[in-house]
Design a binder for this molecule. Structure first.
Ligand code: COA
Length: 164
């Protein structure tokens, strides 16, 4: 398994192998932020197939209640492993470790991530990796499905942080 920063030519493979709920690819939006330097979009590969990804958002979590408490805290966002059969093999851990390494190299003192309150398995993994619960918040976002219908979502989440 190898981890690299996303390149433009990887986007088709990401769309092919890693599903998007949105009609427009969220990989493209993540890559746009990466190109602008606002984020680093990391991809995990097995052979030549993308099997996981996450984005390190250098501007931090978008939720105002989190920003108020952690104004200078990059956020690991959108961590996911596909297909499901490849979960529990250490790929998620490797992506988080790489995000932490990049943040430490930039001189960041802390890194954080949001987890849905009803995702106990991810929460347990983050705890094992040294993250502790910090701020409960609502993750508000919207997307348009394949039929052009707009959906608004507000997920109850917990922001967890780890000193670097
Ligand atoms: C949450 C998620 C990103 C974790 O990624 P992952 O690659 O499965 O995580 P890891 O393999 O590093 O660690 C998970 C588990 O594998 C175990 N594990 C890690 N390395 C292992 C290895 N080499 N061999 C066997 N087990 C291993 C860990 O102890 C952990 O235990 P668990 O099964 O009790 O949870 C992944 O499960 C996923 O995509 N879930 C759906 C989307 C999601 O919930 N994303 C998180 C949003 S906050």
């Amino acid at each position: 398994m190898r981890i690299s920063q996303c390149r433009e030519e990887d986007l088709d493979l990401l769309d092919q192998h890693m599903p998007s709920r949105e009609a427009t690819s969220h990989h493209e939006a993540r890559y746009a932020r990466h190109r602008e330097g606002r984020a680093t979009f990391l991809v995990a590969w097995r052979d030549r197939r993308p099997v996981g990804s996450c984005e390190v958002r250098w501007e931090g979590c978008a939720a105002p209640e989190v920003r108020a408490v952690h104004p200078d805290c990059p956020e690991v966002n959108g961590l996911g492993i596909w297909p499901e059969t490849l979960r529990s093999e250490g790929i998620g851990t490797a992506l988080i470790r790489e995000a932490e390494r990049l943040a430490a190299d930039r001189g960041c003192r802390v890194i954080g991530l949001g987890v849905e309150k009803n995702n106990p398995r991810a929460k347990a993994l983050y705890r094992r990796l040294g993250y502790h619960a910090s701020v409960p918040y609502l993750d508000c976002w919207s997307y348009e499905d394949g039929a052009g219908v707009a959906h608004r979502v507000a997920d109850a989440c917990l922001f967890m942080v780890k000193p670097l």
